[in-house]
Ligand binder design. Structure first.
Ligand code: FE2
Length: 434
């Protein structure tokens, strides 16, 4: 046949995209922030951080490096931890007024996400809801590139430095949502694993289980081939579903989490473990930045959003709050007990990567095995085993299930469809776990 024939449109996706993150990793790397920004042509740089991190060494190092490279620097140190539509808008005003041509963020996921949003609205002004994911916002595509953004994570969890996602609480609807675009991905991540040295044990546990769940959910997400083929390459979603590229990062991140998570929580002096967990966070960020996460994260937004009394050691005690990684992992044993029989080989492989001593297990054992490995690791790190330990009861199940189902992008990325009854059953499972 002549080669000019167009291929017939397949009903399902046949292509996956590899969106690379630029990462520099290692002790001392934060001192490279200035030269990296100068190389992009930036001259007037905004540094974003939060009041807690703002006084610490990483911010001083980055600020000195930016000034040392001959660039102008303005610091915004009022990033809200767990940002909201209002705090994103406030950061955007700072960015717009400063007419910056470069951004650097130093802190956790909240800081990096706020810098992404501020750069977006300062560069491409629009109504706040224009770029916000549907159904909360209009989900309009970001119209063009953003100025260079160097992201410097100081925890070992969110992976935000490798993703084009900015998450916030939309206060008018009391729901967590976000903005997702490849154009929001930071230009370069500078990951210095020594930043985790001073983190309290429970902060390492929460962020470590966030890493583990990023990897596990990427590894078990709905395969990219199950999506309909997009109408154009630009319409291919960033969260493509599980694919061969995301598997590369997920597998290694799971292996490292199995080796190092418990050790990193138990001993702040265990440099090998804390550095290993930082690298796992970066790999898992690259993986889920291409594949997306699913049910444990969808459920986490309801668990974190409806908390009444729970306070976590190692975190500010003023308000009831469930740290993100804990609100995710409490759902994981229940979710993976349910999913393992639908994809036994993949769940068994994940259990083996996390815990090599289960090597002799067979596919028939998959159902409870991964959940048991997770529960054991949670016990060994003192993390609450389920949602009952966070103060929830059977009377909350309907509400929690409805809240989780609002996260349609994440629920649709699960390997099997989940309706309201199933979601309730998953939450009942989290109560049974403790
Ligand atoms: Fe997460």
């Amino acid at each position: 046949m002549p080669c000019c024939h167009l291929p017939e449109l397949a009903a399902h996706e046949t292509v996956f995209s590899v969106d690379l993150s630029s990462v520099s990793f290692g002790p001392g790397v934060l001192a490279e922030a200035g030269p990296v920004l100068a190389h992009t042509g930036a001259r007037r740089v905004a540094l974003f951080t939060d009041p807690g991190v703002g006084t610490l060494e990483p911010v001083a190092t980055v600020a000195a490096s930016v000034r040392g490279a001959g660039l102008d620097l303005a610091i915004f140190d009022q990033v809200r931890v767990e940002p909201t539509n209002a705090s994103f808008a406030e950061a955007a005003v700072f960015a717009r007024q400063g007419r910056f041509d470069g951004y650097v963020s130093v802190g956790g996921g909240s800081v990096m996400d706020t810098a992404k949003a501020a750069a977006l609205y300062a560069t491409h002004p629009a109504d706040f809801l224009a770029y916000v994911n549907a159904p909360v916002g209009e989900g309009r595509p970001v119209p063009g590139p953003l100025p260079p953004h160097v992201a410097c994570p100081t925890t070992c969890g969110t992976g935000s430095e490798c993703t084009g996602i900015a998450v916030f609480d939309h206060l008018p609807l009391a729901v967590k949502t976000g903005i997702a675009s490849r154009l929001l991905r930071p230009t370069r991540a500078l990951v210095d694993p020594t930043c985790t040295r001073s983190l309290p044990a429970m902060v390492v546990a929460a962020s470590g289980f966030d890493v583990l769940c990023h990897a596990l959910e990427s590894f078990t997400a709905r395969p990219y081939t199950a999506r309909p083929r997009p109408v154009s390459p630009q319409a291919r979603p960033m969260s493509q579903g599980q694919n061969p590229w995301s598997d590369v990062g997920s597998r290694e991140a799971l292996r490292l989490a199995g080796l190092y998570l418990v050790r990193a929580v138990r001993d702040a002096e265990d440099t090998e473990a804390r550095h290993g967990l930082s690298w796992a966070a970066t790999l898992a960020g690259i993986a889920f930045g291409n594949s997306g996460v699913h049910l444990p994260h969808a459920m986490s937004y309801a668990v974190a959003g409806k908390v009444r009394e729970y306070r976590c050691p190692g975190y500010p005690q003023a308000e009831a709050m469930v740290p993100h990684g804990i609100s995710v992992v409490v759902n994981a044993p229940s979710v993976f007990r349910f999913l393992a029989p639908t994809l036994p080989a993949r769940h068994l492989e994940a259990a083996r990567l996390l815990s090599p001593e289960v090597n002799d297990a067979r596919p028939g054992d998959a159902s409870g095995l991964l959940a048991a490995v997770l529960s054991r690791m949670m016990r060994e790190t003192g993390v609450p085993p389920g949602t009952r330990a966070l103060g929830y009861t059977e009377g909350d199940v309907v509400d929690l299930a409805r809240g989780a189902l609002m996260q349609t992008r994440l629920v649709d990325n699960a390997p099997v469809p989940v309706d309201e009854l199933r979601m309730r059953a998953l939450f009942e499972g989290t109560l049974a776990d403790g």
